[in-house]
Write a protein that binds this ligand. Structure first.
Ligand code: GDP
Length: 364
């Protein structure tokens, strides 16, 4: 699963990307600096892993990961090929969720492409470009469907109606995720189009150090503007967090964070929020060789969860032995868990719960 970072030039995207992935993307104080889309694989912070590690003492511990893509070059007119243009919109299409970074800090040394700091206008600029790109996709599809609809094909007429609904919404400045379409039509006609503004979004307000905890007037404006979007707004002091990430020593990092008033790095919060945004959850495998967090979509069945480890596990699935995370921690060892009758044997229909510790039995 991939989350894409979008935003106008110079709002702090590549600084955030660096901070998240420790991969060194370019960061410089002028527009169009990050030209190549940068992809980073980021560990999902999870305290439960540390707890399991202390109980099992494995040789290694592997956390869950999310892929983050830094998408640069979005400017006014991008949908028509302005700036570094259209190719970036293609990069966004390939992501599953969007992290929209908004500049909410004043700093005369950092040039703003539109002259002054105004996150609401910035958000609108980006939204419009994304909506225009979606409009193009919808119109292309509409051309194709029209012909079949003219012949009276019922299916095609239904699809045409849905596309016209999208078209009208986009033209009115709405994002697809905010356009009301009934569930069946959405599944049949909207989802396959992979429209950019249909992807779930999270707003990241990049603030100055002093506003890291409670935000500032810009953040308040953003919250007010998106209050009907059902989207999370995260406050992050990207610049200072990037500095803190540079520190090697964990204790030292925690000290700096608590100086600003934070109990954990905002980047950790962001990664977890992105994971949630992507509708993913975690189950664990815990053995002496390895304790590992695996990523599955919310609602996945036991065989599907097994399939994340290996497709053969899914094909040959027989049953799963499941221990709820809390029970694992309460009893401390598999022997005691069994004694207490807390190890459950589950079949094909079992819906995996977040935090389950699992063993799979399968045929090869
Ligand atoms: P991008 O074009 O959105 O990827 O922006 P960059 O991450 O390259 O940042 C542009 C400039 O803004 C760089 O000089 C950064 O050091 C600076 N910058 C990024 N985040 C912050 C911040 O939170 N506060 C301040 N004062 N400067 C920042």
């Amino acid at each position: 699963m991939k989350a894409g970072i979008v935003g106008l030039p110079n709002v702090g995207k590549s600084t955030l990307f660096n901070c998240l992935s420790n991969a060194k993307a370019q960061s410089a104080n002028f527009p169009f600096c990050t030209i190549e889309p940068n992809i980073g694989v980021v560990n999902v912070p999870d305290h439960r892993l540390e707890k399991l590690e202390s109980l099992v003492n494995p040789e290694r511990v592997l956390p869950a990961t999310v892929e983050i893509v830094d998408i640069a070059g979005l400017v006014k007119g991008a949908s028509k090929g302005e700036g570094l243009g259209n190719q970036f919109l293609g990069n966004i299409r390939e992501t599953d969720a969007i992290l929209h970074v908004l500049r909410c800090f004043d700093d005369d040394n950092v040039v703003h492409v539109d002259g002054n700091v105004n996150p609401i206008r910035d958000k609108e600029t980006i939204d419009i470009e994304l909506q225009l790109k979606d409009l193009e996709t919808v119109e292309k599809k509409l051309e194709k469907v029209k012909r079949a609809a003219k012949t009276g094909n019922k299916e095609a007429i239904k699809e045409q109606d849905t596309l016209l609904l999208l078209k009208a919404g986009l033209e009115a400045g709405k994002s697809v995720r905010g356009i009301v379409v009934n569930e069946d039509d959405r599944n049949d006609y909207v989802t396959p189009l992979q429209l950019i503004t249909d992807k779930p979004v999270l707003y990241v307000c990049n603030v100055d150090e002093a506003s890291a905890v409670s935000g500032n007037k810009y953040v308040d404006q953003v919250k007010e503007t998106v209050k009907d979007e059902n989207a999370e707004v995260l406050i992050l002091a990207v610049g200072i967090e990037a500095d803190i990430t540079e520190l090697d020593d964990y204790e030292e990092r925690q000290m700096f964070l608590s100086d600003i008033g934070l109990d954990e790095a905002g980047s950790a919060k962001l990664i977890r929020a992105a994971y949630k945004l992507l509708n993913q959850q975690t189950y664990f495998t815990a053995g002496v060789k390895e304790v590992r967090a695996w990523t599955i979509p919310v609602g996945a069945t036991a065989p599907q969860a097994a399939g994340v480890i290996h497709t053969d596990f899914e094909k040959g699935f027989i049953r799963a032995e499941v221990i709820a995370y809390d029970d694992y921690v309460t009893y401390g060892s598999e022997a005691k868990i069994k004694e207490a009758g807390k190890l459950k044997v589950e079949g094909k229909e079992y819906i995996v719960q977040d935090g389950d510790v699992m063993h799979f039995r399968f045929n090869v």
